[in-house]
Design a protein around this ligand. Structure first.
Ligand SMILES: *Cc1c(COP(=O)(O)O)cnc(C)c1O
Length: 359
């Protein structure tokens, strides 16, 4: 068997230990004589799995008791609609801070359902910074404030939680579980699974219970957070396999020492990769140093005619999915939890060698 170092932005690398467990579990899960995909979500075995997954994610993120943990389908993109649907009325204001493509997408979606208003936008400098909080043009009467703590494409991350008098709604798809966070500062946190949680097909939503009753009665049942909270996320048939894998990832994270340990590793991985980029005129990263992402590290080659060669040769060395997003160009290394420090070291070594032979 040969495994590559996978720097994919998403769906992204999963820990090998988790994949090994899945392979062993598939034909006969927990002595049931069935795979987890073939068993009822109402069976005692699956109900126990669901409860364990919730308990594990509560423990990892120290989620307060007055928050619900939901596992809907639909990905982060569906939450971009569910946030305004559950929290605002058509005439009502909602504030959006845009620091990248995902935040912009969230705002565009929200505009269909409420008076979504951009209070800060970093597009003027190509999404390479976070506008100073004091400059945000906040509305007095906003139902909530939405922002994107980590912008996956531009590689821009908030290393602080914004102040807010209204519920803070955060799309944490590409940063969730990379470090401890103070959940009590948020109204709603949502994340698609396929970066740091598990396979695509399941979504993690953490919502303050006092926001569950805000949904109007005339929106589809499946679009209300309350329906998931009241049914242990079994409003309809849930994505059972993805849920099972997510629980395996939560267990793996606990074995690594939890999020304090992960944060240490993630910070070290990111720092050494940025240091290698900054140390060389051959590579560069345009993001302001205080806003650089721990999870997604875009970098460009000074001579972009070498891009194709860089991608071919890195792939031949077992370093895959380094092509940057088409809107940014160049390269992007996504270094989520499951991407080991060894993988980052191998990338840094390859970059130095590529520079030596092509610089
Ligand atoms: C990947 C990503 C999304 C899209 O997630 P889906 O699960 O595909 O809907 C949204 N926001 C951010 C920040 C992302 O990284």
């Amino acid at each position: 068997m040969s495994r590559v170092y996978n720097f994919s932005a998403g769906p992204a690398a999963l820990p090998l230990e988790v994949l090994d467990t899945i392979r062993e579990d598939i034909p006969d899960w927990q002595g049931t004589g069935m795979s987890v995909m073939e068993i009822s979500h109402r069976s005692p075995e699956f109900v126990e799995l669901a409860a364990r997954a919730e308990a594990n994610v509560r423990e990892l993120l120290s989620i307060p008791d007055d928050y619900s943990v939901l596992f809907p389908q639909g990905g982060a993109t569906m939450q971009m609609a569910m946030a305004p649907l559950n929290l605002a009325r058509r005439e009502q204001r909602a504030d959006y801070v845009i620091t990248g493509s995902w935040g912009k997408k969230a705002w565009k979606e929200a505009k269909k359902f409420c008076d979504a208003h951009v209070i800060a936008d970093a597009d003027d400098e190509n999404f390479t910074y976070i506008p100073d909080e004091s400059s945000w043009d906040r509305s007095d009467d906003a139902a909530y404030l939405h922002y994107t703590p980590n912008e996956t494409i531009a590689g821009v991350e908030y290393h602080f939680i914004p102040e807010s008098d209204v519920p803070l709604v955060a799309d944490m798809s590409s940063t969730i579980l990379s470090r401890p966070i103070d959940v009590s500062r948020f109204g709603v946190i949502y994340a698609g699974a396929q970066k740091n949680i598990g396979p695509a097909g399941i979504t993690l939503v953490i919502v303050s219970n006092d926001l569950l009753d805000d949904a109007p009665a005339d929106i589809p049942h499946l679009m209300t957070w309350r329906s998931y909270a009241e049914s242990d996320s079994m409003t309809n048939t849930p994505p059972t396999f993805a849920w099972y894998v997510a629980d395996q990832v939560f267990q793996w994270l606990k074995r690594q020492g939890g999020l304090v340990a992960m944060a240490e590793i993630n910070e070290r991985k990111a720092k050494k990769l940025y240091a290698a980029i900054d140390a060389s005129p051959f590579y560069s990263n345009p993001v302001r140093k205080d806003a650089r992402s721990w999870m997604n590290v875009p970098f460009i080659l000074a001579d972009d005619s070498l891009d194709k060669k860089f991608l071919e040769e890195s792939k031949a060395e077992g370093l895959t999915n380094l092509k940057g997003h088409r809107s940014v160009g160049g390269m992007r290394a996504s270094i989520y939890n499951a991407v080991s420090e060894e993988a980052v070291d191998a990338l840094i070594q390859f970059m130095a060698e590529f520079e030596r032979t092509n610089g």
